[in-house]
Design a protein around this ligand. Sequence first.
Ligand code: FAD
Length: 306
Amino acid sequence: MDDILDCLIVGGGPAGLTAAVYLGRFHRRVMVIDANEGRLALIPTSHNVAGYPGGVHGPDLLDTMRVHARRYGVELRGGEVTELAREGEYFRAETSVGPVQARTVVLATGVVNLRPPLPQDAHDEAVARGQLRYCPICDAYEQTGRRIGVLGADRHGVAEALFLRAYTDNIVLLALSALDIDPTTRTEAEMADIVIEPAPVSAFDFGSDDVELTLDDGRKLRVDTLYIALGSHTRNDLGRMLGVDLADDQCFATDGFQRCSVPGVYAAGDAVEGLDQISSAMGTGARAAVTIHNDLREKDGQTLGD
Ligand SMILES: Cc1cc2nc3c(=O)[nH]c(=O)nc-3n(C[C@H](O)[C@H](O)[C@H](O)COP(=O)(O)OP(=O)(O)OC[C@H]3O[C@@H](n4cnc5c(N)ncnc54)[C@H](O)[C@@H]3O)c2cc1C
């Protein structure tokens, strides 16, 4: 029994680490295994996390949350969980740091944004310099009045461009290959003065303060910042191994208390259907932790009877 955790948390972003802080403070035995490829780590400075009026650097917030979780005895391990299976009463995880057994599991694995074709270093540097962006809800405010490109010439891209239209009247919608926009959507974009560029982008240059885009027909365009609207993919493999239900967008479907459809499995953060933000990752992480603690108390006969 000594080796069995109360909870294994897969993913150490704001969702997993908030769940960890709460569970640590409930005197639960918890381990977080994190591959350290999360979205929070990519944020140069976030200006919409309440309590940080001057903004907060993503990696700094991550470090602070790690210190916070460790303070309450949470074991944080760098590595990857590669398999999850139910084994009798417990879950067994195969991980790059060895096998782990736990009574419950939190899937806080996040999502991965689909990226333009760029070398990893060039991509990460452009994100750090604010030339490439992924989240208008997060940082469009700082782009007010600027020249904005939106890469993703389909319905999703137009929706993002329309969202950004509240911040600037200088928006160009760009494609990586052929446009995929129906006539009604095109009219909506045009009525909002969004320019739709028919020639696909063939090269990106982040060498100056702004972004130079070369189009397939040889023309060059400059924007101050480029929002990537190519969609995302949810890291849901471990949940699928356990047979948990997914929502239409391939995120984990949960009840109002972060329980997945398989007993003992909980999910939080971007990997759950809903708003992909730090504050909601923290909120769902907290709610998962409280639910786990109460579900285990009930299982162990530590709650009031009916
Ligand atoms: C460029 C950018 C800017 C953003 N700006 C803001 C902002 O200003 N404000 C805001 O609120 N939000 C912002 N966001 C969104 C925010 O980063 C996410 O909503 C938040 O990080 C989600 O937290 P999470 O814990 O669900 O996932 P993540 O932070 O993505 O963490 C998930 C973790 O799980 C790990 N993991 C996944 N699978 C496994 C596995 N099998 N084994 C081990 N570990 C695993 C990953 O490696 C990762 O470390 C931004 C996102 C981006 C990309």
